[in-house]
Design a protein around this ligand. Structure first.
Ligand SMILES: [Zn+2]
Ligand SMILES: [Zn+2]
Length: 367
């Protein structure tokens, strides 16, 4: 083992030199979960990182070892004769891991194991997302069993600890460099002797409970946004996990969004565009009547100021952009065809200035 190439323990854990033990534990827990080989079967580098951060934690979490490390650095542990632990001595690392993984990951398989954060998929109508809304949601989460206060043992039970695993809920075994564990089969991972279990939670210490919660969705939230509710997830001995609310916004039959601007297309007929007319336009607050000026071109965009969405995380409102599409008839009766033909004969360069300018350019280029 080359001691000189080792990285600084504080740097490895990403903590300050004067970090409190709790901060060190939190930092390690995050890294250990991330790099644990069980979570990274396809990444051999993860195991190396896991070993390195575990070693750093083993030293920095122990006040005596930390003091020695702060004084002499890695040299303190480069030599097993020095009384510290030797990082090249696999079994001693295993012993250390054995002790503190319990501490870091929680003691028992049931109430102790850090459960995952919860996810809730919240579907919103377009208008709900645009204007903001409060939604009542229901979901199941694990809560400490009220009957046994999370201990998993019946109140009347004596010697409730599972003798096979000494109440850990898991059996440790050495796998190469570090200790690993599997749930204890004698107590099904609860740590409680089968005869002594709390009947309500079957020794788990936790019970699934339906949770009701009101979630405030701010106006202007976009599809795919995630709102995290700290501590609204499952309970375990180390605290409570978070609930992540994933927002799914349904499409609207008439509107789409461009940031805070609301976008819609309004088809009009050729006579409406040519003669001008009053057209009905949808807005988030209902229908409004808009004056279409005579001679409106297809593709013309009208801006309705302040009729868009609230600026998410900011101030004010966006606009509504109304794009006019002049619809060309695809099917005509013979009478309509006749009338249109007569109209066409009546129209010339002065009615279609763009077209006649185009034709002039075409002529000068190629004739
Ligand atoms: Zn219980
Ligand atoms: Zn057991």
């Amino acid at each position: 083992m080359v001691a000189s190439a080792k990285r600084d323990y504080y740097e490895l854990l990403g903590v300050e030199k004067h970090a409190a033990t709790d901060d060190i534990k939190r930092a390690y827990r995050r890294l250990a979960v991330k790099y644990h080989p069980d979570h990274n079967p396809e990444n051999p580098d993860a195991e190396e990182t896991f070993k390195a951060v575990s070693e750093a934690y083993a030293v920095l979490s122990d006040p005596d070892k930390r003091r020695r490390y702060d004084t002499v650095g890695h040299a303190a542990y480069a030599d097993s004769a020095g009384g510290g632990f030797n990082p090249s001595d696999f079994s001693s690392i295993g012993d250390i891991l054995e002790g503190f993984l319990d501490d870091v990951f929680g003691r028992r398989g049931g109430a102790g194991e850090a459960p995952k954060d919860l996810r809730y998929d919240l579907s919103l109508r377009f208008e709900e997302a645009a204007l903001g809304i409060e939604k009542d949601i229901e979901y199941d989460r694990l809560e400490r069993c009220a009957t046994c206060a999370g201990r998993g043992a019946a109140r009347t039970a004596t010697n409730a600890e599972c003798p096979a695993c000494a109440g850990r809920g898991a059996i440790r075994f050495q796998r190469g460099f570090f200790a690993s564990s599997r749930p204890c089969s004698a107590c099904e991972g609860t740590g409680v002797r089968p005869g002594a279990r709390c009947e309500d939670c079957h020794g788990q210490g936790l019970q699934s409970q339906r949770q009701h919660l009101r979630v405030k969705i701010p106006a202007g939230v976009e599809d795919g946004a995630v709102r995290t509710l700290r501590g609204a997830g499952s309970e375990y001995s180390g605290g409570t996990t978070d609930l992540h609310v994933y927002v799914k916004v349904a499409e609207h039959p008439l509107f789409s969004r461009n940031g805070a601007d609301l976008v819609c297309e309004v088809p009009v007929s050729f006579p409406q565009a040519a003669l001008g007319s009053h057209i009905e336009v949808p807005t988030l607050e209902g229908k409004v009547t808009m004056k279409l000026p005579a001679g409106t071109q297809s593709g013309k965009v009208f801006r309705l100021r302040g009729k868009g969405l609230p600026v998410f995380g900011g101030y004010g409102k966006g606009d509504q952009l109304v794009t006019i599409l002049v619809e060309v008839p695809e099917k005509l009766s013979s009478r309509q065809r006749e009338l249109l033909g007569a109209l066409a004969a009546e129209m010339g360069a002065d009615t279609h200035p763009k077209q006649s300018s185009f034709l002039d350019k075409l002529k000068s280029l190629f004739d």
